[in-house]
Design a protein around this ligand. Structure first.
Ligand code: SAM
Ligand code: SF4
Length: 388
């Protein structure tokens, strides 16, 4: 089978976290804050300049991902300054993929043009749903109409690689509503789609509501039907299901995500951002002021660092790799990390018997049934890393 990507996992990617949002969505556990005081945006930019100068010393990145939070929330002047800072430390123009996340409520054609002029060649917009009641349930600050006009603004600004994020499995959502969401997203003509099954993340308002019995999760069978419909419909529309939740159209797969799934090195800057370099994982201080003040005082911005044990890295390589359509070459991963490939044999044999994993002798990947159980199957592989 032809590889869906030309990613190799070598080189280093850059992730830049912009931690501000218009509202805090009840389902979201990303490190993001509603901050009215715009001087905090300036503090963020001051500290970002220091962190980038300190942390990026790798030449052109494999990919850059400007995520959040909501990067499109920065006003045009601050967005210009943001790119000035980025450009001073990183040769953006030599980078094959520079993605920026945008939310419909804050994206304007002016900002879309500005981003494109500064080297962003891939936009990822969080639409999540087109149904007014589900947008309300998710606390989204935009309407279906606003999503359409923001998408049009991206095209008007000349963006030719635009991805859309959608969420399915919202409590009370019907299969028909989800099918309608997919059609409305396809009607935009996106170049890539990410379709996530809603998860109840501990620490979120949604999770608390679940525990207090205020919301009930959707019926599992309905969620499964939505998942299967997504793959079928997007395949028919010419998309490549290159990962459990990700579908590549004309824009191809996300190089940034592929690099991450292949366990490539990456540097994360911004509050709460994680980095992974040569088997060491570190995570920044989460609060904007604490992170910024540490940098301004010349102190480390990281809150924790851990050296992953080889068995842990191997377990994570499988956990990430089986989610990709191309699967994972277990022997090659074991050799790269320096462990015995046999560590995974018992789990693989068990999952092959259950019909969840396909093993062609060198590569393993999730079967059609396994795709529906990706988190559970991945979790079994992660356990290999816990005990050794
Ligand atoms: C961190 S968000 C940033 C994007 C942007 N701020 C937005 O909200 O559109 C990235 C994506 O993760 C997905 N996501 C976040 N929390 C989720 C959850 N609990 N369940 C499923 N998908 C989730 C959403 O589709 C979202 O677009
Ligand atoms: S989903 Fe996006 S907009 Fe909502 S809180 Fe999370 S990062 Fe912010």
């Amino acid at each position: 089978m032809k590889s869906a990507t030309n990613a190799s996992g070598s080189g280093t990617s850059l992730y830049v976290h912009v931690p501000f949002c218009v509202v805090k969505c009840g389902y979201c556990d990303f490190n993001s804050y509603v901050v009215e005081d715009r001087t905090v945006h300036d503090l963020f930019l001051d500290a970002l300049a220091i962190e980038l100068r300190r942390e990026w010393r790798f030449g052109p990145p494999v990919s850059v991902f400007i995520g959040g939070g909501t990067p499109s929330l920065l006003d045009p002047e601050r967005l210009e300054r943001f790119f000035d800072i980025l450009e001073q430390a990183v040769p953006l123009r030599d980078c094959a993929e520079v993605t920026m996340e945008a939310n419909p409520e804050s994206l304007t054609e002016e900002k879309a043009r500005l981003a494109r002029a500064r080297g962003v060649n891939r936009m990822s917009m969080g639409v999540q749903s087109f149904q007014a009641r589900h947008l309300r349930f998710l606390d989204r600050a935009h309407s279906a109409e606003k999503a359409a006009s923001a998408f049009a603004a991206l095209r008007a600004a000349g963006h030719t690689n635009v991805s859309i994020d959608l969420i399915f499995g919202i409590p009370g959502e019907t299969a028909g509503e989800w099918a309608d969401d997919l059609e409305r997203a396809l009607a935009f003509g996106p170049d890539h789609l990410s379709c996530y099954n809603l998860t109840f993340e501990p620490g979120t308002r949604l999770h608390r509501d679940l525990q207090q019995g205020k919301v009930e999760p959707n019926d599992e069978e309905v969620d499964r039907a939505m998942f299967l419909h997504t793959r079928e419909r997007l395949l028919a529309a010419g998309f490549d299901a290159y990962e459990v939740s990700n579908f590549a159209g004309r824009g191809g797969p996300s190089r940034h995500n592929d690099h991450y799934w292949l366990q490539g090195d990456y540097v994360g800057v911004g509050p709460g951002a994680s980095s992974h370099r040569a088997g060491v994982r570190s995570t920044n201080l989460k609060a904007v002021e604490a992170w910024a003040n540490a940098l301004l005082a010349g102190q480390p911005a990281s809150a924790s660092a851990e050296t992953l044990r080889p068995a842990q890295r191997f377990a994570e390589a499988i956990w990430l790799g089986i989610r990709r359509r191309d699967g994972l070459d277990v022997g090659a991963a074991a050799q790269r990390i320096g462990v015995d490939a046999g560590l995974a044999t018992a789990v693989t044999e068990q999952h092959v018997r259950a019909g969840w994993i396909q093993n062609d002798g060198s590569r393993i990947r999730l079967t059609a049934t396994g795709l529906l159980l990706a988190d559970r199957v991945g979790g079994d592989y992660l356990e290999i890393g816990l005990s050794r």
